[in-house]
Write a protein that binds this ligand. Sequence first.
Ligand SMILES: Cc1ncc(COP(=O)(O)O)c(C=O)c1O
Length: 364
Amino acid sequence: MSSNLTLAERLQRPHLRDLVPYASARRSMSGGAIWLNANEAPYTPSAAANAPDNNRYPAFQSTLLNQAFADYAGVAAAQVLSGRGSDEAIELLIRAFCEPNRDSILICPPTYGMYAISAQTHGCATVQVPLQQRTEGNWQLDLAAIDNNLNGVKLVFVCSPSNPLGNSLDSADLRALLEHVGERALVVVDEAYIEFTASRDSRAMGVASWLQDYPQLVVLRTLSKAFGLAALRCGFVLAASSIIAVLQKVIAPYPLPQPTIDGAIAALQSAALEAMWQLRDETVRQRQRLLQALQQRSWVRQIYPSVTNFVLLQVDAAEALVKQLSDQGILIRNQSQQLGLANCVRISIGSADELDQLIARLPA
Ligand SMILES: Cc1ncc(COP(=O)(O)O)c(C=O)c1O
């Protein structure tokens, strides 16, 4: 095998090496005044559905959007891929790098459920290396066990801050993980909740600034959490441009609808970013208020420390609590099926009013 291949080219599924991606009309030609190359309609006939250019396919990757997110995250636009939420990114990574029935992914439960589900739908095995409790409520990577279980693994998924635990992974451990894994696999750090941990210096948060040091690093980001835009379905992969190039071979020709692209660009302008940080600060205040209320309840056995927009707690009877609240119209999530989380529930930090109502209905 030629040594001048990039890491991404070496790790990608073999058949992708020679795959020429579908050349959509928008991707293969630009400019021109009269567009007759994509079988689009000349205009949108229904006034109700009309918006500028709704008759046109959107860009394969919006330069404006990717540049806006690159500026926000402190990376180069060539290191950004935008798609339908981080869930699509997870799936694309597995589709691009894992050969069904041969390669596997490694996860560290308890963790976000979609890594294993995406691997399963794709016919790939999931190696599980549980987090270990380092000090009370502080769950961290078991680096030695990960190291011993990398055989056949192409992607290591870690989630920091963690869903469902709510804490951050130790950054020295993340560095050690990247060093241990070396060029054997890609290390995917899912930072869906990173804004909740950060100062307002978005370029300093998380591990995106490590991309220059670690070609095996992939960072996942989303607009679904702190940005309050889950309905847009917009997420980002930040990685070496050679990894982005491989993902571009497997992503759909027009991944993001134009309204999503427009909404996401708007959300990354400075006034909108300021509003995002304000909601983040308010969420942290509300989280504190909820914690105070929970600390006074005798049926709460343990509250996991959270740097996110949710709290995880162990209670006397999770199922009964979830049912009791849902009978009153309040939905929280039972996490008891997760490894090591018997009788645990996860509560998202809603508005002050929503939390007032929750607190009023919590058992005494
Ligand atoms: C850790 C984590 N990663 C990814 C996602 C998916 O986010 P998106 O809405 O960007 O697909 C979630 C959603 O809950 C999540 O908790």
